[in-house]
Design a protein around this ligand. Structure first.
Ligand SMILES: Cc1ncc(COP(=O)(O)O)c(C=O)c1O
Length: 436
């Protein structure tokens, strides 16, 4: 176990060995490699807050469902790439029970994580018209979505939601969208990294703007229902998980299973297309896909062409899980609530040691506690803070890469164990003594 803080020179040498030029701006996977390297070389055990890996086991129903399906031989058979019929029905039922929105089962698809849903959603939205190929990202956001837009040859614009809350959002959207070449608005709710949650008014504003400008709203619900300020635990009963679906005609709901169901390794997510968008016809789609009907283009030209669907056993695993959830036999939100408890404790520890929260309000409301939170240290740029924390055995990522203009880092709570809280408090107190 080395003395802390780690010497800068030593840290930089290990970073260089991992091919990293600037630690503060390294990507998540590069940082992971560096942390592994430091741990192996020095014996220092890191508090790992850089990557959003679920910290809970996969639910038993999903595991058993998958095992049984494999034992029954599904592994030898190609899965239906648009999803097995029973799964499509349960996805529609899940959406109905938790959001009070009706989407026909044929328009609900399993995807290779939310990642594939967002990728296909942007591709399809931007191929409806020859001259509408720009994406509007409401930031701060998940950097991979921008990577996807770039790889699809799409341009994009972003702004920071925190600067345009409530009615300010309407005028901001209007001024941006007036350019006329936008295909889609993309955002996550709650958001990664800031954990901002859009209000009903804001969702209504987004829906109305999308309608006016003929855009597709791509709503990424990777952290579905995880705004724990409101109790969404009762399927089929209000309050329902907020969604733009109540306010828009043309939308895609993207629901990841990675965090809410701790199934990140199975690469299965859910994509639901609003019924009116599913049947919309756009002649331009035919340039890329075998059909001009949105849902057919997505299924036969998108899901089929990219990977031909989600693995058969993962579909059965998700099916078994959703059957339990939809019938009130498994409370997934109660299971993941632990993340909020961890975040609340960690925020208190960080603040007690001179740190400040970067994003801490949803308009008038205190921000929810959840999977991530954002912190800054006075006078320190986000990328410098990443390096400084690393010297104390704490890893996090800078906000710069997420479209945030604010200085600070994103901390993910998922890997924090009960025994870590005292260690973090000790290391942060030491940090404050060193940096003043
Ligand atoms: C906002 C957001 N969308 C999508 C994803 C990826 O989800 P999946 O693992 O289902 O592809 C993440 C993962 O961190 C995320 O934060």
């Amino acid at each position: 176990m080395p003395n802390l803080p780690l010497e800068m020179e030593r840290l930089h040498r290990m970073a260089a060995d991992c091919g990293i030029v600037r630690i503060g701006t390294a990507g998540i996977r590069q940082l992971r490699r560096l942390v592994d390297r430091i741990e192996a070389e020095t014996g220092l055990q890191f508090i790992r807050m850089e990557m959003g890996i679920p910290g809970l086991p996969s639910p038993d129903a999903a595991v058993q469902g998958e095992i049984q399906a494999l034992q029954q031989g599904v592994g030898a058979v190609y899965p239906p790439f648009e999803g097995i019929a029973a799964l499509k029905t349960e996805i529609a039922r899940f959406i109905q029970r938790y959001t009070d929105v009706t989407i026909a089962p044929p328009n609900c698809f399993p995807t290779l994580g939310a990642m594939q849903g967002c990728y296909l959603g942007m591709a399809l939205a931007a191929r409806r018209y020859a001259d509408k190929t720009r994406i509007l990202f409401i930031d701060p956001g998940f950097p991979v979505n921008k990577l996807q837009a770039r790889s699809l040859g799409l341009t994009y614009t972003t702004f920071d939601l925190a600067d345009y809350r409530e009615n300010k959002l309407a005028s901001k959207l209007e001024s941006v969208l007036a350019a006329g070449d936008y295909a889609a608005i993309v955002y996550a709710n709650p958001s990664n990294p800031a954990w901002l949650c859009l209000s009903a008014t804001e969702l209504e504003i987004i829906g109305a703007a999308a309608h006016r400008h003929d855009l597709v709203v791509i709503e990424d619900l990777a952290y579905f229902g995880m705004d724990f300020r409101t109790d969404y635990r009762q399927p089929g009963k209000p309050p329902f998980v907020p969604t733009v679906a109540h306010h828009a005609d043309h939308y895609l709901l993207i629901i990841s299973s990675s965090k809410i169901f701790s199934l990140a390794g199975q690469r299965i997510g859910m994509l639901a297309i609003s019924d009116s968008l599913a049947r919309a016809r756009h002649a331009h789609l035919k340039r890329f896909y075998p059909s001009d009907v949105f849902s057919e283009a997505l299924a036969y030209g998108g899901l089929y062409a990219i990977g031909a669907g989600v693995s058969h056993s993962a579909q059965f695993g998700l099916l078994a899980l959703l059957q339990n959830i939809n019938r009130g036999r498994y409370d997934f939100l109660e299971t993941v609530r632990i993340y909020a408890q961890r975040a609340a404790r960690l925020k208190t520890i960080f603040r007690a040691n001179g740190f400040q929260l970067v994003y801490d309000r949803d308009g008038e409301r205190r921000l929810a506690d959840g999977f991530y939170f954002t912190v800054a240290y006075p006078g320190m740029a986000g990328s410098d803070l990443v390096t400084a924390l690393m010297r104390f055995g704490i890893s996090a990522i800078a906000l710069d890469a997420t479209g945030s203009a604010r200085q600070g880092v994103r901390a993910c709570v998922s890997q924090i164990a009960e025994s870590d809280f005292d260690i973090i408090a000790e290391r942060l107190a030491h940090f404050q003594r060193v940096f003043g």
